[in-house]
Ligand binder design. Sequence first.
Ligand SMILES: Nc1ncnc2c1ncn2[C@@H]1O[C@H](COP(=O)(O)OP(=O)(O)OP(=O)(O)O)[C@@H](O)[C@H]1O
Length: 350
Amino acid sequence: MTMLELRGISKSYGDHKGASDVSLVAPSGSRTVIVGPSGSGKTTLLRLIAGFEAPDAGTISLDGRQLHGAGGSVPPHKRNIAYVAQEGALFPHMSVGDNVGFAMPRQAVDRARRVDELLEQVGLPAGFRARRPHQLSGGQQQRVALARALAQKPDLMLLDEPFSALDTGLREAMRTMVGDVLREAGIASVLVTHDQAEALAFADHLVVMRDGLVADAGPPQRLYERPADVETARFLGEAIVLPSAIVGGVARTALGDVPVRHEDVARADVLVRPEQVVVAAQSESSMGALGRILHRSYRGAQWRLEIDCRDGGVAEPFCVDVPAGLDLKPGDLVRLSVANEAHVFPDSPT
Ligand SMILES: Nc1ncnc2c1ncn2[C@@H]1O[C@H](COP(=O)(O)OP(=O)(O)OP(=O)(O)O)[C@@H](O)[C@H]1O
C-alpha cells in the first residue's frame, strides 16, 4: 500500500531548480531515505512534504489524503507530520521536559508521566527532565528532539540529516536507536542524508536524487547491485565499469568472462563491485587479467589495494579490499578475476 505519494512535483527558486517533476512513491510503514549530493534537492523535497513551502506544480498525498494539489494545500500544523532538523532545534529557554511536552496540553494529568516515557524510549533518564538544552551533549539534544517529535504521534516523521553533527560511533548508535524507536511506534519515516553508507543502512526504500530529479528509487539492495545508471552506481559505492560484449549470457570483460542477465549485444557497460574482484599474487595464479598494485592502505582486518589494470583495458585504477594476511605490496603484479553475476546498465550503448 502507498503511504506517501508525490506526483510531478516542481519547485524553483528564481533560476534555481530545487525539484524538477519529481514523482515518488513510498510504501506504507516504510523507512524511506532520500540521498544525493549537496544541492540535489533533498531538503527542498522534505520541506515541501512538511508544507513549509508550496510546490509550483504537482500533488502530494499521505495515506490517501491529499496534502497539496488542485484542491489547495493543508497547512503544516494540520498534516500530522513531525520534522526533526539537523541541529535538533530545541527551544533553548525551555527545560527538556517542556521541550518534549510542547505539543501536549499543559494541564494534562499524565503529561509528566508521558514525558518520562518518551525520554525512556529515546534512552534518556527521567532525571534529564529539568535540564536545559545547553546542558546536554549533541547526541542527547538529538534524542530530546526525537522525543518531542514522537510526542506529536505523527503519521510521518521527517528526519533532515539528524545525525550529521554527531561523530561516527554515536551516529551509528543513534541511527539504530531511531530506527528501532520508529519501528516500535509504527511510524513511517523519510530521512534525508548525503551519506550513502547511512542511506543504505537505514532505508528499506531508497531514493537517489541528482540535480532536482529522482535518478533511481527502490530497495537499497537493488539500487546497490543493479543501479539505473553509472552515476548512481558510483554514488552508492566503489564501481568498476567495464565495456564488454555479451554473448550467451556471458559478458566478455577486461577482467574475464562474467555471467550476466542480459540478451546478446555487441557493446554494453557492465558493473562490477570491488567485493566481486578476486585478487591473487601473480606467483599463485596464471589465470585472469594482469594488474599492478599502485598503493595500499592498512585497515586493520584488511588492506585496501589500489590496482592499475589499464594495460588490460580497465579505464581507471580501482580499489579492492583483501585480507590483511595477503602480503601484496605496491609494484607487485596480481591476477584478477570476477566472482558472481555482474549488472548490465539498462542505458548501455548497444
Ligand atoms: N530558499 C532558497 N532560495 C534559493 N535557492 C534555494 C533555496 N532553497 C534551496 N535552494 C536551491 O535549490 C537547490 C536544492 O537545494 P536543497 O537544499 O534542497 O539541496 P540538498 O540536496 O538538501 O543539499 P544539502 O545536502 O547541501 O543540504 C540548490 O541549488 C539550492 O541552492
